[in-house]
Design a protein around this ligand. Structure first.
Ligand SMILES: O=C(O)CCC(=O)C(=O)O
Ligand SMILES: [Fe+2]
Length: 332
């Protein structure tokens, strides 16, 4: 990334605290402990039966994670010339190294691909109010296994994501399949590489943000850096499950989308792979009617997810002079 560009330097109040302590009490679900469990053994059959399914999904997902991480390392190791599957404002999937979060440049390079091919989204505003466009993946020549690794990972993670959405629905007193109707394809995988940074006290790998989609399943390597108010210790074979803004709205704030950011490091590069499980672009995001009543009225105005996503994506390409679209703009 060359010498340090001032675009990377965070304002004082958002600079990382290198000596931050680890967060305690982040709930950790030991699925392995349930692996030998037989659902008929106990009265708590229903919920544990759901966990049983999760155990199998997790095992498969972890195997695929090992492979995709290797391919990601291989891809990022190559020079810019070989990573030429570059993204731009129209073709938003592919390689990119100058992404901004909240108008500050992140210390990272990324490779994005969508799970459904093609993924349909609203076109840019200048193309007309109703216009729809397709995001089509771009695959690099090297490493040749990257495409297959992403496709296999997507298949496993999608199964896991449906299971988790089912559990979230049940935790809200809803049928497990309550969210399924929204999912006809909007999911994406990102490979994140945070190279060594000479100024880790001044810059961030990813600036503070909340994930705007529904659910993020984040796989991170063993290098520390992820912070959710406090530092999250990386745990081998553990995914970080993040509820995004959409779950916050669907649940009328029973679930909160958590702000997070990534610190970088001058000694160890960091790799992570978020899987963004999002509804179809035509979804109107609003509180589920079963979860609102006169005592708990909707807290947000409905919004079109596809348009929101495309507007947010646009803000990642360059520093803008306007405030970035956020869900609080839809608060009632
Ligand atoms: O790179 C990471 O570890 C986290 C990435 C992240 O939070 C995001 O892309 O939304
Ligand atoms: Fe995030």
């Amino acid at each position: 990334m060359g010498e340090v560009d001032p675009a990377f330097i965070q304002v004082v109040k958002h600079r990382p605290k290198l000596a931050a302590t680890h967060a305690e009490g982040i709930p950790l679900i030991y699925l392995a402990a349930l692996a030998g469990y037989s659902p008929s053994d106990s009265p708590v059959t229903a919920s544990l039966a759901t966990f049983e399914g999760l155990v199998a999904e997790m095992g498969e997902a972890c195997k695929k994670w090992e492979r995709i991480e290797q391919e990601a390392r291989e891809f990022f190791r190559r020079g810019l010339e070989e990573k030429k599957v570059r993204r731009d404002e129209r073709r938003v999937v592919g390689y990119y190294e100058v992404e901004h979060t909240k108008n500050m440049r992140d210390w990272k390079e990324v490779f994005d691909c969508t799970v459904q091919e093609p993924t349909l989204v609203p076109a840019l505003p200048e193309d007309g109010e109703e216009a729809v466009t397709e995001w089509i993946n771009q695959w690099p020549e090297y490493p040749p296994g990257l495409r297959e690794a992403c496709e296999e990972y997507a298949q496993e993670l999608e199964k896991l994501a449906y299971k988790l959405m089912g559990l979230i629905a049940q935790s809200l007193g809803l049928p497990a399949n309550r969210f399924d109707e929204f999912y006809k394809g909007q999911t994406s995988i990102r490979l994140d590489h945070h190279p060594l940074c000479p100024v880790p006290h001044l810059s961030l790998g990813v600036g503070r943000h909340k994930d705007s989609g529904a659910l993020t399943i984040l796989a991170q390597d063993r290098v520390e850096g992820l912070e959710m108010k406090r530092k999250i210790k990386p745990i081998p074979a553990a995914f970080i499950i993040n509820a995004g803004d959409i779950i916050q709205v669907w649940s009328n704030e029973t679930y909160e989308s958590v702000e997070h950011r990534v610190m970088v490091n001058s000694e160890k590069e960091k790799f992570s792979i978020p899987f963004f499980f999002n509804p179809s672009h035509c979804t109107i995001v609003q509180q589920l009617k079963e979860l609102t009543d006169e005592y708990n009225p909707p807290k947000y105005r409905p919004y079109n997810w596809g348009k929101y996503l495309v507007t947010r994506k646009g803000s990642h390409f360059k520093k803008l002079d306007v405030e970035i679209l956020r869900i609080y703009h839809f608060e009632i």
